[in-house]
Design a protein around this ligand. Structure first.
Ligand code: AMP
Ligand code: ZN
Length: 490
């Protein structure tokens, strides 16, 4: 896997190797993924980050590791700017919507979980909610405060010059990293960041806690250091996030982790990467729109629900993600999504035929499939090359003169990693009625049947009239579509 910390491909070496081959003592893989800030709906770019983390987790499971995956929910502390500028995103949204922060957090967490489910992203072992870890955050901050922090009127700040090699992950220096605008007076270094933000005198925040530095709220970077170490223990194996986190959020987490681990001289003190908290840091590249960066702060944005409203099954988006390498930028387009949906449909047609031919009961795949499974394994093991893995899956699907039940067993094993759920899906499941179409699904079927009958009777005038009737309802009839789409949104 590609470790952003070293900018190199590295063989995965688990922190807890266990005893391979002994049941119950499997090698472990402990993974932490930065989760969403729940002040708004996630856009599909955000969801790419979790599809990536899911593929990573599924691959580790496939390779025999006992996976412990943690994703956090940030419901406090993330400012409108990733560095120290701006105000808390949650406070801002709550004010705009005239709701309590708790209501905002609950609503958008639920929406996020719905997207997680729709994309077949497996549930992590634990969702950690930031506001439930505030006492631990204060304890963490107290431990590093004396040697690494200083207090200003606005909060407790981390002095980045107190740790070795600050900013190595971003390949940035203390003074010239991205977003290093000195927004706060009195900071020792431009890159110093707040780990505790005091509530300004005379103000009251919706979310605030008592601390040795006064009433206030934890800094966003502190949250992830604390939740990851609390649940997974330092060091753990892999920390993931989108590529934007490589620049500020993760370097700051790493600095805190170094400070936290440095008490133990035997472990190398402030050294990096020894005490960066996680051994491997992995980052997915962005989903972009032709017009530029995707953002959820601006009015209209691409949510998974929008795709569904337009008649695209959510797993078409998962397919779109799998077709690209996670470290490459992926450009979103409706044509691209349509092509991904078509590919998924082709798979389902072939699998449907297999299911018809295969008998009941569990089967073991014969030796003929071994080279395919080996190539599949090699491709996902090669820094999660899902694009190649998909083609191997399709090669197996296309194999002639093999037992259909054996073939299905192999496909099921591969789909355990790809997570498209193709063995449980039916072709009809992919057909989603777009929003804004008044006509019901069964009505469409009735009209289509009538039209089929008219054509069989060579009554083309009636057939055309029925077609026009559907068209006025926004439904395009798709004659002669090789994949058998009967209709789509006009
Ligand atoms: P946020 O809720 O803003 O903290 O973002 C949640 C996750 O989505 C983080 O891991 C981000 O790095 C990631 N992310 C944000 N925008 C995109 C994008 N356009 N494409 C892929 N990942 C993104
Ligand atoms: Zn984080």
């Amino acid at each position: 896997m590609f470790n952003s910390l070293t900018r190199q491909l590295e063989e995965f070496q688990p922190v807890h190797p266990g005893i391979p081959g002994v049941p119950g003592k499997e090698p472990e893989a402990r993974v932490y993924s930065c989760g969403p800030t729940v002040y708004n709906y996630p856009h599909i770019g955000n969801m790419r980050a979790y599809v990536f983390a899911d593929i990573l987790g599924r691959t580790l499971s496939f390779k025999g590791y006992k996976l412990t995956h943690v994703i956090n929910i940030t419901d406090v502390g993330h400012l409108t700017d990733d560095a120290d500028d701006g105000e808390d995103k949650m406070e801002k949204m709550a004010r705009t919507a005239a709701k309590s922060i708790w209501d905002i957090a609950q609503h958008y967490t639920q929406a996020y979980w719905e997207d997680i489910k729709a994309l077949n992203i497996r549930q992590p072992a634990r969702w950690t909610i930031a506001t439930e870890y505030v006492p631990q955050m204060i304890a963490f901050a107290e431990k590093i405060a004396d040697k690494h922090c200083y207090e200003l009127d606005s909060g407790l700040y981390f002095d980045v010059s107190t740790v070795a090699d600050y900013g190595r992950l971003a390949r940035a220096q203390t003074e010239d990293g991205e977003g290093r605008i000195e927004a706060v007076e009195g900071k020792r270094n431009a890159a110093d960041f707040a780990i505790w933000r005091k509530t300004p005198r005379g103000e009251k925040r919706q979310m605030e806690w008592d601390s040795p530095w006064g009433k206030g709220a934890p800094g966003w970077h502190l949250e992830c250091s604390v939740m990851s170490s609390e649940v997974l223990g330092f060091p753990f194996d892999i920390h993931t996030g989108g590529i934007d986190h490589r620049e500020i959020h993760h370097p700051n987490e790493i600095a805190q982790n170094q400070a936290f681990c440095c008490g133990d001289k035997a472990s190398g003190g402030l050294d990096l990467p020894a005490n960066s908290g996680a051994r491997v840091w992995m980052h997915n590249n962005f989903l972009v729109e032709r017009s530029g960066k995707m953002s959820k702060s601006s009015g209209e944005f691409l949510r998974l629900q929008l795709l569904i409203d337009k008649g695209y099954h959510p797993l078409a988006y998962r397919m779109m993600c799998l077709q690209a390498h996670y470290r490459s930028e992926l450009e979103f387009s409706w044509e691209g999504l349509g092509a991904a949906l078509t590919r998924l449909k082709r798979m389902l047609i072939a699998i449907g035929q297999l299911k018809d031919r295969a008998g009941e009961g569990a089967v073991q795949a014969g030796p003929r499939f071994a080279p395919f499974l080996e190539r599949f394994d090699a491709s996902v093991s090669d820094d999660l090359n899902t694009a190649i893995a998909l083609t191997v899956f399709e090669e197996v699907l296309a194999l002639k003169k093999v037992d259909p039940a054996e073939k299905l067993a192999v496909l099921a094993e591969m789909d355990g990693v790809l997570g498209l759920g193709v063995l449980a899906l039916e072709r009809e499941d992919l057909r989603i009625k777009p929003k804004g179409i008044d006509i019901g699904q069964s009505e469409i079927e009735v009209v289509l049947e009538a039209r089929k009958a008219a054509r069989a009777n060579k009554d083309f005038a009636r057939s055309d009239a029925l077609r026009d009737e559907l068209a006025t309802n926004g439904v395009d009839v798709m004659d002669g579509d090789p994949l058998g789409w009967e209709w789509k949104l006009a």
